[in-house]
Design a protein. Structure first.
Length: 267
């Protein structure tokens, strides 16, 4: 019976319609309140320059060092430290963490959405740049995710307090395909400055996460995703949903590491 249910689930994953974001005309803009606060989204090269900067690399190393250590955190610090030791000021490398440092530094977000929080490394980067930022995290807390412990919401709260997070923290447990739309339905006026889509890696799952999350990205806001090298299909979905859409300007780094993509919503 279970085998049959699994096969039917797999079949439904293949044939279910590819969801697309339905954008809202009432989407707020970042800035634009006056001459001292113009609506001036960062260009894609600006975002890229910040993500590739040595400042980003140092900040990420520092934040990772302040979190509970595991192989992932140690690997991240080692990678940045080795690159700089070997290539000095010429070292250029970006990943999801340096890109989120860049997005947070450029935008100073007041609301951040992350789908796939895991051990809160990405959320900790945002919180370390902008401690007052409200963080909304959605995760299924898949046990032993990618071979490492995935302890859940209490652990995430502790990690974020280590980096001095002071803002609202909402953590919703369950499949983001269900929890995110349900949560957003109850918060019709909530929009985000920065969004990270880093949860489920199936085509239907990622497409559904984009479809649910992107209509809540402010104009001038930034969406980030990673693992493009590990899961090439993710790059195709990114291309279809974001890169080909004139609402966004796109930046990617795929030269090394897992590959990261980010886009600024400009319209
Ligand atoms: C790659 S990890 C996230 C890493 C995190 N963004 C970071 O930078 O540290 C992916 C996470 O997505 C979660 N996940 C997997 N499938 C999910 C689903 N359907 N809904 C919500 N979360 C899911 C896993 O439990 C895991 O914690």
């Amino acid at each position: 019976m279970t085998a049959l249910t699994d096969r039917l689930d797999a079949l439904w994953e293949k044939v279910r319609p590819f969801p697309v974001p339905e954008y809202r005309p009432d989407t707020p803009k970042i800035g634009g309140t006056g001459p001292l606060d113009p609506h001036l989204p960062p260009t894609a090269p600006t975002l890229g320059a910040a993500a590739l900067s040595s400042e980003a690399s140092s900040a990420v190393q520092e934040t990772l060092a302040s979190l509970t250590q595991n192989d992932d955190a140690k690997r991240g610090q080692y990678w940045h430290a080795m690159g700089r030791a070997k290539y000095g000021e010429h070292w250029r490398f970006a990943d999801q963490l340096t890109t989120l440092w860049a997005a947070s530094t450029l935008l100073q977000p007041s609301a951040y959405l992350e789908i796939g929080v895991c051990r809160a490394r990405s959320a900790a980067i945002v919180a370390s740049v902008r401690p007052q930022c409200a963080i909304y995290g959605f995760d299924l807390w898949v046990p032993d995710y990618a071979g490492g412990p995935n302890p859940g919401p209490e652990f995430v709260r502790e990690e974020l307090s280590r980096v001095g997070h002071q803002g609202t923290l909402v953590l919703e447990s369950g499949d983001s395909r269900e929890t995110l739309p349900a949560f957003l339905l109850g918060h019709p006026d909530l929009f985000f400055d920065v969004i990270t889509v880093d949860g489920v890696k199936s085509v239907a799952g990622v497409a559904s996460d984009y479809a649910n999350a992107l209509p809540r990205l402010k104009i001038g806001g930034i969406v980030v995703t990673d693992d493009l090298m590990l899961f090439p299909i993710l790059r195709r979905i990114w291309n279809r949903v974001i890169e080909r859409d004139d609402r966004y300007v796109n930046w990617e780094f795929r030269d090394a590491g897992f590959g990261v993509a980010a886009a600024v919503r400009v319209a």
